[in-house]
Write a protein that binds this ligand. Structure first.
Ligand SMILES: [Zn+2]
Ligand SMILES: [Zn+2]
Ligand SMILES: [Zn+2]
Length: 128
C-alpha cells in the first residue's frame, strides 16, 4: 500500500500558484488571490468589488490582468450591441448587472456598494 498524502504535487497547467476561484451564487470567478468579494492581486481596494464576464471565453474574472494571467488568449471587449448582457457581478451582494446599467452607475443599484471610479479608465478593455 502506498501512502497517498506525502507528496504535494504542483499543478503543471499554467504554473500560477496564486490562482483561486471564488463562487458568488452561480457565478464562478477565477483570478489571482481572489477574495470573497472578488478583489484580486491587482485591484484590491475597498471599491474593487466587481467581476466581469469576458466575451472571449464566457468566463468570469475580477480584472483583465487576471484574465491575461490565467488564459492564453487576448481578451475581447463586448460589442456595443451587447449592452443588455449581464456581464458584471457585484462581489458584495452577488447581483448581476447589465452592461448598460453598470456603465450608468457609480455604486451597486442593489446594495449600494461603491464601485471604483478608476475602472472607467479601463472600460475600453471590456466594452466597445
Ligand atoms: Zn477570455
Ligand atoms: Zn486581477
Ligand atoms: Zn451589490
Amino acid at each position: 500500500m502506498r501512502h497517498p498524502s506525502a507528496v504535494s504535487s504542483v499543478s503543471a497547467s499554467g504554473g500560477i500558484s496564486a490562482e483561486s476561484i471564488t463562487e458568488l451564487g452561480t457565478v464562478r470567478v477565477r483570478g489571482l488571490l481572489v477574495d470573497e468579494q472578488t478583489r484580486c492581486a491587482h485591484y484590491h481596494s475597498e471599491l474593487d468589488v466587481i467581476a466581469l464576464l469576458f466575451h472571449c471565453c464566457e468566463e468570469w474574472f475580477p480584472c483583465h490582468l487576471c484574465h491575461e494571467a490565467i488564459t492564453d488568449h487576448p481578451s475581447r471587449p463586448w460589442p456595443a450591441t451587447a449592452r443588455t448582457t449581464e456581464a458584471v457581478v457585484c462581489g458584495v451582494c452577488c447581483s448581476r448587472l447589465r452592461i448598460e446599467d453598470y456603465l450608468r452607475v457609480d455604486a451597486c443599484p442593489t446594495c449600494d456598494a461603491e464601485f471604483n471610479p478608476g475602472c472607467r479608465l479601463h472600460r475600453s478593455l471590456y466594452f466597445d
